[in-house]
Design a protein around this ligand. Structure first.
Ligand code: SF4
Length: 75
């Protein structure tokens, strides 16, 4: 059965984080690297006020599946 293709977005003033759970390979890198932002025990599990935008973008850059991505607002 094909996994449901969900796309969720989380925004602050500067960036929008895009989360596509059907792509995630559960490497755990995101929450092991930056638990104050990515915490699978919480709802919503992404909290953009837990770190600087740069820290969030750096962490997303190492997501191996690209289930997490971001774009800068106002571009
Ligand atoms: S880093 Fe990416 S692939 Fe790994 S658990 Fe997080 S979202 Fe999934």
């Amino acid at each position: 059965m094909e996994k449901k293709k969900i796309k969720k977005t989380y925004s602050n003033d500067e960036i929008t984080v895009i989360w596509q759970p059907h792509i995630c390979t559960h490497s755990k890198k995101c929450w092991k690297g930056l638990l104050d932002v990515f915490d699978p025990r919480e709802k919503p599990w992404i909290k953009l006020d837990g770190a600087t935008n740069q820290q969030i973008m750096n962490q997303i850059d190492v997501c191996p599946s690209k289930a997490l991505s971001y774009q800068k607002n106002n571009l």
